[in-house]
Design a protein around this ligand. Structure first.
Ligand code: SF4
Length: 394
């Protein structure tokens, strides 16, 4: 249950308003985690809870707003629900047995099938007078039938989930393939104003854990202590991994032949497609006059005065590439039309999202003819250490 959301399988419960999605969620968790009401549209924003499910392991289950929401707010909720659907691993599609087939639900189900996502069709309200067309339609997908009287259907749903065979799109661990048992690795983690109080950030924690799992020894220190300790070492580290913002100092304090990379470059490889990010860097020097650049992050972290995304990266870009570029900032995926206006997206490390979500973001950006790179690669390029910083990963 302590598995990070970004490392859990994503299960999304979808369907029309008032189809019984929240009841499915509550019965799956055997407690009230989502509000159930006869009023359509009770679930507004997605409700996500973690659960451990048999063969699937740690899962994050989201109950979403109806795909038939309407009005200005409804449309925003609908878009949010559809976004969840795109990046999830498994879909629970909920439809009422006593209602005729709605074109919207047919289109959603067709979309799920065309994406090749595993899904379970849950037919609710089977104790009420059924609509024959709905029954015939559902029958094609071997539905789980649930009624409002007993919980048998929900037990069947859990069993069906347990038995799903999911082909994993393998997400690399931070140092997979880069180290061997017994290797020694130095991690440079600046503790500045941007560092959270009393803890390390997730990419640092995950990397330390991965190194320990691989029976490696680690030395964790701040950039100020690096030279002093490095010079006393009796063995050469297999790798030095630094926060990208300390690249310049770290590169200057260790020998040139010392393999070096950064946490965000490790995460660029783990979450996304490193080659596509490198293509983005290669396009920087051709940035046209008055180009628009979009800085995209994946979570609402607390911004500092000299924030990397909103302050440092725009400043460095204007100093080193061209002054006349215009920067925008977002945490949400823009529409296709909005994306087409940007020459390049510079994305954060994406440590809070799954690799599926990051790959999905990258595909959407590329489809719209926009380049994409990430913070770590950009800072490596700025500091003139990029070839060195990606070498251990190629
Ligand atoms: S902004 Fe991006 S890299 Fe930073 S914590 Fe959030 S998800 Fe992770």
């Amino acid at each position: 249950m302590s598995t990070a959301l970004a490392e859990s399988r994503r299960i999304v419960i979808t369907g029309l308003r008032n189809a019984g999605k929240s009841s499915v969620m509550n019965n799956l968790f055997e407690k009230n985690v989502s509000i159930v009401s006869n009023t359509p549209g009770t679930t507004t924003d997605p409700v996500t809870r973690k659960i451990e499910l048999g063969n699937l392991g740690p899962c994050a289950v989201s109950d979403t707003a109806g795909v038939d929401e309407f009005g200005e707010l409804g449309e925003m909720r609908r878009v949010k629900s559809l976004e969840r659907l795109k990046t999830c691993d498994i879909v629970i599609f909920v439809s009422r047995a006593d209602r005729d087939i709605d074109p919207e639900e047919r289109s959603i189900l067709n979309g799920i099938i065309s994406q090749g996502k595993p899904f379970i069709f849950v037919l609710t309200c089977t104790d009420l007078m059924a609509d024959q067309k709905k029954l015939d339609w559902a029958q094609e997908y071997n539905p789980i039938k649930v009624n409002n009287i007993d919980a048998q259907g929900f037990k069947d749903l859990r069993k069906r989930l347990d038995s799903l065979k999911i082909v994993d799109s393998h997400e690399l661990t931070p140092v997979e393939g880069l180290v061997n048992e017994g290797d020694f690795v130095i991690l440079v983690t600046p503790i500045d104003l941007a560092a959270p109080k009393g803890r390390l950030i997730m990419p640092q924690v995950e990397t330390i854990r991965d190194l320990l799992d691989r029976d490696c020894a680690t030395l964790v220190l701040k950039e100020r202590e690096l030279k002093q300790f490095y010079d006393k070492l009796a063995i050469k580290p297999k790798l030095v991994i630094t926060d990208s913002q300390a690249f310049a100092q770290v590169a200057a304090d260790i020998p040139e032949d010392q393999p070096l990379t950064s946490f965000s470059i490790l995460f660029a490889r783990k979450k996304g497609d490193l080659n596509t990010f490198i293509e983005g860097i290669e396009a920087i020097e051709s940035t046209p006059k008055n180009a628009k650049i979009l800085v995209m992050e994946s979570c609402a972290h607390h911004r500092q005065a000299d924030d990397i995304g909103t302050v440092k990266i725009p400043r460095l870009f204007k100093q080193l590439v061209r002054q006349d570029v215009e920067f925008d900032f977002t945490r949400k995926m823009p529409s296709d039309d909005e994306l087409k206006e940007y020459y390049m997206v510079i994305h954060c490390g994406g440590c809070m999202i799954t690799s599926n979500s990051m790959i999905d973001r990258m595909d959407i950006v590329k489809r719209n003819g926009t380049y994409i790179t990430n913070y770590g690669l950009f800072l490596g390029w700025v500091n003139g250490v990029l070839p060195r910083a990606i070498k251990p990963l190629l």
